[in-house]
Design a protein around this ligand. Structure first.
Ligand code: GLN
Length: 492
């Protein structure tokens, strides 16, 4: 079989359970594709071929014995921010270039327990700070739709790997858009769950009150399968919520688009940087949902202008605190020949961290410093509350809120956006994290350069099932999610 990489997660599961092919065949198929095609895409930082084949054999044994779980034997890629026992976890940084975690992140452990096969670890912006994956110490990743363009970020490796058919599914993390924006840039479906739905244990922290892991895949159905594995309470993460987990696969048709009230924030569609084609494709997708029975309701989200400044105060503040542990002493990069302890700290950190990470640490440390704490950090927290209230008020009248995931399609590699230009590109995704809400990206077409455009649907707390269901039905009525980049059409 040469087209195993074209199968959906459900088809892969059925094929494995019915012994149409083995997990070893499937895993070898993907490893072969990675060896050939990833030389161009550069989505993987580490390929764990040997371990993957051992896991595949274990899955095959379970399948043979008839006691394999639904996803047993299906390969996946993990963002290199999730700790993996015995395998390097770099977070895209020179600082962790030599770091091998002594334990698995809960997401990784759950994937293993479900019998999923880890193909490797995929590229990302350094410590998940960025929107292009270019800040990775390991170099840029190409967007499968146009290899001289970025796949987005920070989960750019996850998006590129799936879009190039180098993994059927991947994990990502989203602090301010890092699942949704790369999914949008690469024509994929990506879900950022409600804060607390997926354990953060073993996920290297960027901004702890905003970070959330989630699935990236071609379709809502594929995402639902992975959500069924990774969602749930974890005693090892005090912010994970002890609340029953939905069966996301069983609920894929659980929400009716007929009668669904979709909120259209007035402020969002008048943003000056919104590309005309992105706007057009998003509006067309909304028209389609309307044809399917939804009604579009104009709403106000008055705090829109505050999103970027609030996020870029709170996220760096938390980052400066989280990243203080990387000091060259306990683990991570250590400079050569330090003359004294101060020199060791200073040089290890300035040589180990890249420019964007240093910028965030400086901004965050400044905002948290004694003289400015109230003026900046406390104030930003108050604005954060107002942003959350804005959404809660909107959800009194609508079921979900629609927006673009990003104001543009993928940038060119090396476009060298200024920090503020880049931060403004996050306008549509940041507020969701500040409020702790779930949101999903779905591919809804292309611009004139054949680069994908994404629609974002934002839901109320714990509405993951609803979001997946709406996108699933949209995908039953459209074929954007079936389109393949030419590099994905290549055979190994
Ligand atoms: N682009 C945003 C940032 O740089 C979001 C990143 C993320 O979600 N990890 O902070």
């Amino acid at each position: 079989m040469t087209d195993l990489h074209r199968l959906t997660i459900r088809e892969l599961s059925e094929g494995l359970q019915q012994a149409q092919f083995s997990s070893r065949e499937l895993t070898e198929h993907y490893l072969k594709r990675i060896a050939k095609i990833d030389t161009k895409v550069k989505s993987y930082v580490t390929v764990t071929a040997e371990q993957a084949l051992a896991e595949a054999d274990a899955a095959d044994a379970a399948l043979k014995a008839g006691n394999a779980s639904v996803l047993a034997g299906i390969p996946l890629a993990h963002k290199d921010i999730f700790c993996t026992k015995g395998i390097k976890t770099t977070a895209g940084s020179k600082m962790l270039d030599n770091f091998i975690s002594p334990y698995d992140a809960t997401v990784v452990a759950k994937a293993k327990a479900a019998g999923l096969v880890t193909l490797g670890k995929v590229n990302m912006d350094e410590f998940a700070m960025g929107s292009t994956s270019e800040s990775s110490y390991f170099g840029a990743t190409g967007n499968p739709w146009a290899l001289d363009h970025v796949p987005g970020g920070s989960s750019g490796g996850s998006a590129a790997a799936v879009a190039a058919d180098l993994a059927p599914i991947a994990t990502g993390t989203d602090t301010g858009g890092s699942i949704r924006q790369p999914a949008s840039f690469c024509g994929l479906t990506g879900l950022k769950p409600t804060y607390g739905r997926v354990s953060r244990f073993g996920m290297i922290a960027y901004a702890s009150s905003l970070d959330q892991g989630g699935p990236m895949a071609r379709t809502a159905e594929d995402c639902a399968y992975l959500m069924n594995v990774i969602a749930g309470h974890d005693a090892k993460d005090s912010t994970s919520i002890n609340k029953e987990v939905d069966d996301y696969v069983a609920n894929l048709n659980g929400t009716s688009v007929k009668g669904l009230r979709i909120g259209i924030p007035k402020q969002y569609f008048n943003v000056s940087g919104l590309d005309a084609e992105v706007k057009a494709r998003v509006e067309e997708s909304l028209k389609k949902l309307e044809e399917m029975g939804a009604s579009l309701v104009e709403i106000d989200l008055n705090m829109t202008e505050a999103y970027v400044p609030t996020y870029y105060l709170i996220a760096p503040a938390e980052a400066s605190s989280n990243l203080s542990r990387f000091d060259g002493v306990r683990y991570g990069y250590r400079c050569e020949n330090p003359v004294d302890l101060m020199d060791l700290y200073k040089r290890s950190r300035s040589e180990g961290f890249g420019a964007e990470v240093q910028r965030r640490i400086l901004i965050g440390t400044y905002a948290l410093s004694a003289g400015y704490y109230d003026a900046y950090y406390v104030k930003a927290q108050k604005v954060r509350r107002l942003i959350q209230q804005d959404f809660l008020k909107a959800f009194e009248n609508v079921d979900v809120i629609a927006a673009p995931s990003a104001p543009t399609t993928a940038y060119k590699i090396g476009a060298n956006l200024s920090p503020t230009e880049m931060y403004l590109g996050d306008i549509y995704t940041l507020a969701v994290n500040l409020a702790g809400l779930p949101a999903i990206n779905a591919p809804v077409g292309f611009d004139q350069e054949s680069l994908p455009v994404g629609l974002q649907l934002i839901g109320n707390y714990w509405s993951e099932s609803q979001l997946l269901s709406i996108v699933h039905q949209y995908q039953q009525n459209t074929d954007w999610h079936t389109k393949r980049a030419s590099v994905a059409e290549e055979t190994a």
